[in-house]
Write a protein that binds this ligand. Structure first.
Ligand code: AMP
Length: 215
């Protein structure tokens, strides 16, 4: 199954994608994670993307699309995948349809309120080693600000600071939300509340995808 997890920043796309990937054995492709790793390695792509990411803006389509094409041509996606963070505008959605020929199977939209988004993102802390997300109040680590698994210090993503979060939301409303209509018109959109607890969201997703759940 070729799935997209779509929604505003802080909707829980990464969390759900990880759970789904574990349950259904589908590779999880996060364009944000790939870009962050390029920035960390200071590659040419990373250097070009860094400023856009820190300002909460979209990285230009030409850069992201090349990166997605490369990932899509790896040999591990025949059984499907979960795409998280792409497409982020209608041009990217069209490009994805071209890359995949038959298009995607389903786009799962995690609709989430602004209040929940702000609370989640500004409290999010991440392990630099394994990438697991924690939250200062919703899901604190066992020991003070240290990853339970890797025992390294957690950090706050620079784009999770409040001012940048507000900018990311604006970018989402202006550039990304039209993608919803694109998939609605194709009859591929599934709507799920992203405000719920992550386990409840995961159960709803699993119910909505009977073909996947039987696997
Ligand atoms: P995310 O981890 O999905 O929130 O992505 C973090 C940042 O990476 C975004 O705010 C963008 O700057 C950049 N990014 C990730 N995916 C895309 C995309 N499909 N198109 C453009 N920029 C992206």
């Amino acid at each position: 199954m070729k799935l997209i997890l779509f929604g505003p920043p802080g909707a829980g796309k990464g969390t759900q994608a990880k759970l789904m990937s574990e349950r259904f054995g589908l590779p999880h492709i996060s364009t944000g994670d790939i870009l962050r790793s390029e920035v960390q390695k200071s590659t040419e792509l990373g250097q070009k993307a860094k400023g856009f990411m820190e300002a909460g803006q979209l990285v230009p389509d030409s850069l992201v699309t090349e990166m997605v094409k490369k990932r899509m041509s790896a040999g591990d996606l025949e059984g499907g995948f979960i795409l998280d963070g792409y497409p982020r505008n209608v041009a990217q959605a069209k490009t994805l349809d071209e890359i995949l020929k038959g298009g995607i199977d389903r786009a799962i939209y995690l609709s989430t309120s602004e209040k929940v988004i702000l609370q989640r993102l500004t409290g999010r802390r991440v392990c630099p080693k394994c990438g697991i997300n924690y939250h200062l109040t919703n899901m604190p680590p066992k020991k003070d600000m240290v990853c339970d698994r890797c025992e390294v210090d957690l950090y706050q993503r620079p784009d999770d600071k409040e001012a940048t979060v507000k900018n990311r939301l604006k970018v989402y409303l202006e550039e990304s939300s039209p993608v919803l209509d694109y998939y609605k018109q194709q009859g591929k959109l599934e709507n799920i509340s992203g405000d719920l607890d992550s386990r409840e969201v995961f159960e709803l997703i699993s119910k909505k995808l009977p073909a996947l759940s039987k696997k």
